[in-house]
Design a protein around this ligand. Structure first.
Ligand SMILES: Nc1ncnc2c1ncn2[C@@H]1O[C@H](COP(=O)(O)OP(=O)(O)OP(=O)(O)O)[C@@H](O)[C@H]1O
Length: 250
C-alpha cells in the first residue's frame, strides 16, 4: 500500500537515515520504535509525502509520489492522514474540527454548504467521535477540552477523512493511561476498517500492544523489521536485542 524504498534524508549534511526501506499494508499496524532523535518524525513526514527524500522512492498504491506530477502527488497526499504528538485544533467546535478533513476532500458545493452551516453533522463525524468516545462533545468548543480529549479529537479528524494510511507520531506520549487506552482502541478500529497504520513511538510496550509488525529504528537506520512477537522475543539483530532488553542506552 505505502512503501518507502531505499530512502535517504539529511539535513545540512547531517544524515538522519540512509537507504531505508519500510512498508505498510492495508489493515496492518506497523510500529516504528527507536530512541528520541533517531528520525522517527522525519520518517513519518517522508511517508506522509510532505518531505521529499534525498534518494529513494515513496509509493502509494504503486504510484511513485515524487516521480508524479505535483497535482497527482497532492491527490496521493490526501489519502494519507497524520496525527502529531500535540493536538492542533481549530478555534471551533469539536464537530467542526472533525469535519474539517471531510471538507478538504469534498466537492466545492458541499464545502460551501458546510461553511454556511447548511448541512447537519455528517455520519463520518459522528462515527469518528464515537470511536474516540467523544460523541457527547460534538458541540463543545475545542479550547475547552483536556489535552487527552484534544488528542482524541485529532485522531477522530484523521479517521473521519477515511484515509488509506494513517501515520501517528508519538500519539500518546503526553497522555494518561485512560486516554492512551482510548487511542490504542481507535488504532484497532482503524485497522479493522482496512486502514494501514504506522505508529511511531518511543514506548516499546505500546508497539508490542498495537503493532502487527515492528521496525526498529536506531541511529544507523532500521536495524530490523518483523512480526511483533519475533522482534520482542527472538530478534535476529544484536542491536535490536540490546535495544529491546534495555542494554543499549541512549
Ligand atoms: N527540518 C529539519 N532541519 C534540520 N534538522 C532536522 C529537521 N528535522 C529533523 N531534524 C534533525 O533530524 C534528526 C531526527 O529528528 P526526528 O525529529 O525525526 O527524530 P525523532 O526520532 O522523531 O525524535 P523524537 O522522538 O525526539 O521526536 C534530529 O537530529 C533533528 O534535529
Amino acid at each position: 500500500m505505502l512503501r518507502a524504498t531505499g530512502v535517504s534524508k539529511s539535513f545540512g549534511g547531517e544524515r538522519v537515515f540512509d537507504d531505508l526501506s519500510v512498508e505498510v499494508d492495508s489493515g496492518e499496524v506497523l510500529g516504528v520504535i527507536g530512541p528520541s532523535g533517531v528520525g522517527k518524525t522525519t520518517l513519518l513526514r517522508t511517508l506522509a509525502l510532505s518531505l521529499e527524500p534525498d534518494a529513494g522512492t515513496v509509493a502509494l498504491g504503486g504510484t511513485d509520489a515524487w516521480a508524479a506530477e505535483e497535482a497527482d502527488r497532492l491527490a496521493l497526499r490526501r489519502r494519507v492522514g497524520m496525527v502529531f504528538q500535540e493536538a492542533s485544533l481549530f478555534d471551533a467546535s469539536v464537530g467542526r474540527n472533525v469535519e474539517y478533513g471531510l471538507r478538504v476532500r469534498s466537492p466545492w458545493a458541499d464545502r460551501i454548504a458546510a461553511s454556511l452551516g447548511l448541512t447537519g453533522t455528517p455520519d463520518a463525524v459522528r462515527e469518528s467521535l464515537a470511536v474516540v468516545g467523544l460523541t457527547e462533545k460534538a458541540n463543545q468548543h475545542a479550547d475547552s477540552l483536556s489535552g487527552g480529549e484534544a488528542q482524541r479529537v485529532s485522531f477522530a479528524r484523521a479517521l473521519a477523512y477515511d484515509p488509506d494510511v494513517l501515520l501517528l507520531d508519538e500519539p500518546t506520549s503526553d497522555l494518561d493511561p485512560r486516554n492512551t487506552a482510548v487511542i490504542e482502541e481507535a488504532i484497532e478500529e482503524a485497522r479493522a476498517r482496512g486502514i494501514g497504520v504506522v505508529v511511531a513511538t518511543h514506548d516499546m510496550h505500546q508497539a508490542e500492544r498495537v503493532a502487527d509488525r515492528v521496525a526498529v529504528l536506531l541511529d544507523d537506520g532500521i536495524t530490523e523489521v518483523g512480526p511483533t512477537e519475533v522482534i520482542f522475543e527472538n530478534p535476529s539483530d544484536e542491536r535490536t536485542r540490546k535495544f529491546i532488553s534495555g542494554e543499549l542506552v541512549y
